[in-house]
Design a protein around this ligand. Structure first.
Ligand code: TYM
Length: 323
């Protein structure tokens, strides 16, 4: 089975990306029956970030995160979307010509920003079409993503279906989304969905001191230290539950219910499990960020491999279209 997923380079990779997409994708990539296409969506990033230097730095950080989290790039496909831009944007154009205006007008990615239309660029408006091209260009079957991407996957299937009705049912493969129920939407430090644009994210690759500063900012209610607290509505507990082991989670629940246990204690415990559970990832991330030439080497090798697949798909597509 072909697995495919991408991460934008709009900032550093955060806990939401890691638990929502990176870890589930890498888990699937370990199955020897699967081939995995894990990439950096740097063209999508241009819809919001124009500074080339920043984009490049973020791109390396996302690449380092994929490798630090255990992706075997040599056995799979690892690439920057921009390095295969010709194929991605060509398929996007064909799909554009099958995309009804209202479909894009209803996309969350556009709607969220549509209050000030002058700020919406055409790239942002057609964002889902490029994503559909990213996926179908490599004949992907399964796309592990967070819940916020469900609509984009539905659009991908709709566009692929419309294209196939015109050019033949087996022209493009219609992918399935894989959304892990337990990590569907990771909350940020303010309790809203963790995201780069809301600046409420936890960057687990920060040094321990700076990571503690971020964890200390997690928003809680004002229940005094000595009083019992409700674990089910508290952000610190929610985040802790995503990372700690079951015994630790049960113990923290008890502490909340008993009282005499403050949010400060809980935040220190959250910081400790983050550093412990991601120890290996943190070390490897630093290694790759200090060895950019190794990252480049792996990306370039991956791009050469991915190009073979992209080229074959586009030859098939153009043939069907009689172009
Ligand atoms: P991006 O960079 O916004 O998000 C990357 C992945 O991380 C997941 N994610 C989350 N999961 C759970 N909780 C959160 N708080 C959270 N925040 C982010 C996202 O769901 C996503 O899976 N459009 C994609 C990039 C993309 C793509 C593709 C993905 C471009 N082409 C093709 C799959 C297939 C995106 O928004 O990335």
């Amino acid at each position: 089975m072909r697995i495919l997923t991408g991460i934008q380079a709009s900032g550093r990779p955060h806990l939401g990306n890691i638990l929502g997409a990176i870890k589930p994708a890498i888990q699937l990539s370990k199955n020897p029956n699967n081939e995995s296409f894990l990439f950096i969506a740097d063209l999508h990033t241009l819809t919001s970030l124009k500074d080339g230097k920043q984009l490049r730095e973020n791109t390396y950080a996302i690449a380092a995160a994929w490798l630090a989290c255990g992706f075997d790039a040599d056995k799979n496909f690892f690439y920057r979307q921009s390095k295969l831009a010709g194929y991605h944007t060509e398929l996007m154009w064909y799909l554009n010509c099958f995309t009804p205006f209202p479909m894009l007008a209803n996309a969350h990615s556009f709607k969220d920003k549509s209050e000030k239309l002058a700020d919406v660029n055409a790239g942002l408006f057609t964002y889902p079409v490029l994503q559909a091209a990213d996926i179908m260009l490599y004949d992907a079957h399964l796309v592990p993503v967070g819940k916020d991407q469900r609509q984009h996957l539905e659009m991908t299937r709709d566009l692929g279906g419309a294209f196939n009705r015109q050019y033949g049912e087996d022209t493009l493969i219609l992918p399935e989304a894989k959304i892990d129920e337990s990590v569907m939407t990771i909350p940020g430090i303010d309790g809203q969905k963790m995201s780069k644009s809301l600046n409420n994210y936890i960057d687990i690759f920060l040094n321990e001191k700076d990571l503690l500063k971020v964890v200390k900012k997690v928003v809680t209610d004002a229940t005094p230290l000595e009083d019992p607290k409700n674990p089910d509505t508290d952000n610190v507990f929610k985040l802790y539950s995503l990372v700690a082991n079951p015994d630790e989670i049960a113990e923290m629940r008890q502490n909340y219910l008993a009282g005499g246990y403050g949010y400060g204690h809980a935040k220190n415990a959250l910081h400790t499990v983050l550093v412990r559970e991601f120890a290996e990832e943190r070390e490897k991330f630093d290694y790759y960020m200090n060895h950019i030439e190794e990252l480049e080497e792996k990306l370039q090798a991956g791009e050469a491999k991915a190009e073979v697949i992209a080229k074959a798909t586009m030859e098939r597509v153009r043939n069907r279209m009689n172009l």
